[in-house]
Write a protein that binds this ligand. Structure first.
Ligand code: GLN
Length: 312
């Protein structure tokens, strides 16, 4: 089997670069359209072991939908499973991440799962705090802790850009208010959602978060649980089923480990008990996932035999 070395990772990255031409930088949030589509960077951290990085691994980008895993974990810690899943479902969907249609036609009482926009907006309403500032402070602290990076901050430009152009997300939220999933504080919930989507990270941060989840909620080599094991299990299962939007099934078959992507082109992945991986490639395909990023993960999965259901 292939051994992980710096040279190997550089090679995977170079071979995956052409795949960025198959995608385009997201432009529906104006600030994101300024990203360079040819950027490609990766960090791989073995649980309790070595860390390897290649390409544009120092590039910062915003969490976007990757934050959906983190808000879910905090909401679960705050309210428990029964309460969280009383307003959001647990089922994968073949619909796009921002679909409005199914809320009215099929789901009726709740969004499909916490990995689509409507589900994540509903989950935001479960995070405790007296006001938006306090709730955001709690989620930022939580992400700083689980990434091990105390310097993470909000990207003010992306936040303002999302807020200004967030009509689609507003329509999801107001529709959910109309069917009783959300209460009167819709604008506050949206504000919180826009803020945690706009936290700046690097692939190192994503790989560290992946590693913590791969280690079931404990920082490798330490004994304190930063997240409850049972909630990591829930969140990681949902990542596996629904973390790559309506390409989750194909990704599960071809790559085979839990991952969560975002429209800025980041992907946070984990191989349980083994490693965390962060990738950035801002050119995304028509289902919202980094085209070159997915190629990096597929190559790593094949070469290192990381697919969960492959004999390892
Ligand atoms: N902030 C983006 C939105 O709400 C996140 C979506 C995504 O990454 N798919 O539209």
């Amino acid at each position: 089997m292939q051994k992980i070395t710096q040279a190997y990772l550089e090679d995977v990255l170079q071979k995956s670069r052409p795949y960025s031409q198959k995608g385009k930088v997201a432009s529906y949030i104006p600030e994101l359209s300024e990203a360079d589509p040819t950027t490609l960077g990766v960090t791989l951290i073995e649980c309790g072991g070595e860390s390897y990085s290649a390409g544009d691994h120092e590039q910062t980008f915003t969490l976007q939908s990757i934050s959906k895993v983190l808000s879910l974990l905090l909401a679960l810690e705050d309210q428990g499973k029964d309460k969280v899943f009383s307003i959001v479902g647990q089922e994968p969907t073949g619909d796009p991440f921002n679909t409005v249609e199914y809320l009215e036609t099929e789901a009726k009482d709740k969004p499909f799962n916490p990995m689509v926009n409507s589900g994540a907006i509903a989950v935001s309403s479960m995070i405790k705090g007296r006001n938006v500032d306090e709730r955001f402070g709690r989620i930022l602290d939580f992400i700083r802790q689980i990434s091990g990076n105390p310097n993470l901050t909000l990207n003010e430009e992306v936040y303002q850009s999302e807020k200004k152009t967030g009509a689609h997300n507003r329509s999801l939220a107001y529709f959910m208010q109309s069917i009783g999933i959300l209460g009167p504080e819709v604008e506050d919930i949206l504000d919180l959602y826009f803020r945690f989507n706009s936290i700046d990270v690097t692939v190192h941060d994503l790989a560290n978060i992946g590693c913590l989840l791969a280690n079931r909620g404990k920082r490798p080599g330490r004994n304190d649980w930063l997240v409850s094991e049972k909630y990591v299990e829930t969140a990681v299962t949902i990542m596996f089923m629904a973390g790559m939007y309506n390409a989750s099934g194909e990704f599960a078959i071809e790559v085979g480990f839990p991952s969560k992507s975002g429209v800025s082109g980041g992907i946070m992945s984990l191989v349980p008990g083994q490693m965390g991986i962060g990738v950035i490639g801002p050119a995304i395909g028509n289902r919202g996932n980094s085209t070159a990023g997915v190629q990096v993960l597929k190559t790593l999965s094949d070469d290192l035999q990381l697919h969960l259901f492959r004999d390892r």
